[in-house]
Design a protein. Structure first.
Length: 507
């Protein structure tokens, strides 16, 4: 990162002055240079300031499109907090986030992947006491505001000075309470994160990231928007994951870096083998976000001869807690890496960490009290051990979270809805290991009476209540009674042990 770039806005202005024609981000339709991004983001910043106060929350729920970079930087220049929202979420989750964050504007596509976002926003904002303005990025805006209309307005006036310690991003993560938590990051915390990546992941000016991970995740957002400006890289965005298309893009744009959960690495490896290429420009693949089989790391490192492939560990709260291992394939495969700028300590086996890249706090102060210890370490809820030479090995999870395809799923959130099903007396949702997705969600059900609901019925029940598809259970197993302790608490570890055993028997 350039010295003197206290905020991402400073970095954008510097880049537009020094390298105006350098491409920062491209998607399957077009690209944005440094000068173009500064011009469009500045115009959007003025439009935002005409409509809301400095410090307001600006949400976007768009795929990996170049317009997201304009929204991200426009909100930053205006001194506002950007709130990326996964396009896979639906009415139930969206209504909560918009209300909880008090979002003042949300950017959406009219439709994408067969889903009507404009129609969904009509339903959602009708139920909110203080709804945000809705801007349609691509497609017919109808009664909402068209994205292009924001660029036909005056750009007079000055932009506000920015505080590097101010909140500039709010990301929601699934919690064990069933209520998503708003994670706050500042210019300083994200700058510290990106500086770490430049030091440890061999990122140099002119390198190119392929970004298939959703830009509403901390990982997708930093590779798409932060690294191009702070490290001189370029981002190639994929709006849908397609391994064969990914290989073609990596060859066409000579991509040097990629990061993603287990399915991304597994799919890329298979597609590269089908295409008969070893991706000669690939320098580094970072794999995390879910359980990563050591054998996958070894196979990928062996096949991608010029690439370094490693596991890493982190969270939305403390991104890239470990930086992996780029010098020892055994450490890269068998451990989750060594700490970079974060400190790690184990308390009764639980991983606790702190560092300059960590969240500044949660949106609601009461969430902070249960998440940090007296020394300021964040309680991850994950279990692990440290090797003699300081590498972290994640061994399990204390928090009740399922990680499937890199997406966090709160079982309690889904359980609280499904238990209202008329034919379900009791339900517990547990994560079962899956070599392809990391984990899959299995619903252990005590039915009120036969027939018990099957997977399809549960999916339809959740969809009717506006719950995202990826949160639905993939298996149903019937129990006469769920195992409990003397206090009546469901013992999920016993359910998981039983299901893992039956799974090995082919059930």
């Amino acid at each position: 990162m350039k010295s003197g770039c206290a905020t991402l806005a400073d970095a954008l202005r510097d880049a537009a002055h020094a390298t105006p024609d350098r491409i920062l981000v491209r998607d399957d339709e077009n690209s944005l240079t440094c000068a173009e991004l500064l011009d469009q983001a500045t115009t959007l910043a003025h439009a935002l300031l005409e409509r809301m106060a400095v410090g307001s929350v600006v949400s976007f729920m768009v795929p990996n499109w170049r317009e997201a970079a304009v929204i991200y930087l426009g909100a930053t220049l205006a001194g506002m907090a950007v709130n990326p929202i996964l396009p896979s979420l639906r009415d139930h989750e969206l209504a909560f986030i918009l209300s909880d964050a008090d979002s003042r504007m949300i950017f959406i596509p009219h439709t994408f992947a067969g889903h009507g976002y404009a129609a969904m926003l009509d339903r959602v904002v009708a139920g909110l006491p203080s709804p945000p303005q809705v801007v349609v990025v691509r497609g017919d805006a109808g009664e909402h505001t068209a994205f292009a209309d924001l660029f036909r307005e005056s750009t007079s006036g000055t932009l506000p000075p920015l505080d590097p310690e101010a909140t500039r991003m709010i990301l929601y993560t699934s919690g064990t309470t069933g209520r998503p938590k708003g994670v706050l990051h500042s210019h300083d915390s994200l700058n510290a994160l990106i500086t770490q990546l430049g030091e440890h992941w061999k990122i140099e000016p002119g390198d190119t990231f392929l970004v298939p991970s959703p830009i509403a995740h901390i990982g997708g957002s930093i590779y798409a928007f932060e690294c191009p400006l702070l490290l001189g890289a370029e981002a190639v965005l994929m709006q849908r994951w397609d391994p064969d298309a990914a290989v073609a893009l990596m060859l066409a744009h000579r991509c040097s870096h990629m990061a993603g959960a287990t399915p991304f690495l597994d799919g890329l490896l298979a597609a590269a083998q089908r295409a008969g290429t070893r991706l000669p420009d690939l320098k580094v693949f970072i794999c995390g976000g879910a359980s990563v089989p050591p054998s996958l790391i070894r196979r990928a490192a062996d096949y991608f001869e010029r690439a370094l492939v490693t596991r890493v560990y982190g969270s939305t709260e403390v991104p890239v807690t470990t930086v992996g291992s780029l010098c020892d394939v055994d450490r890269a495969a068998d451990t989750d890496g060594r700490p970079g700028i974060a400190d790690i300590r184990l308390v009764d086996g639980e991983i606790r960490t702190r560092g300059p890249q960590m969240l500044t706090g949660y949106l609601h102060p009461e969430d902070n009290r249960e998440s940090f210890d007296e020394a300021g370490y964040f309680s991850t809820g994950d279990l692990g051990r440290l090797t003699e030479d300081g590498y972290l090995v994640v061994t399990g999870r204390a928090k009740d979270i399922i990680i499937r395809n890199g997406e966090n799923i709160s079982p309690k959130e889904v359980e609280d809805i499904l238990v209202t099903h008329p034919r379900i007396a009791e339900i517990a949702i547990v994560g079962i290991p899956d070599i392809r997705t990391g984990e899959r969600a299995c619903a252990a059900i005590v039915p009120t009476a036969p027939p018990a609901p099957d997977v399809t019925e549960l999916r339809e029940f959740l969809a009717d209540r506006g719950v995202a598809k990826f949160k639905a259970p993939e298996n149903v197993v019937l129990f006469e009674a769920l195992p409990k302790n003397d206090a009546g608490k469901v013992l999920k570890h016993k359910i998981k042990a039983e299901l893992t055993g039956t799974q090995r028997d082919g059930l």
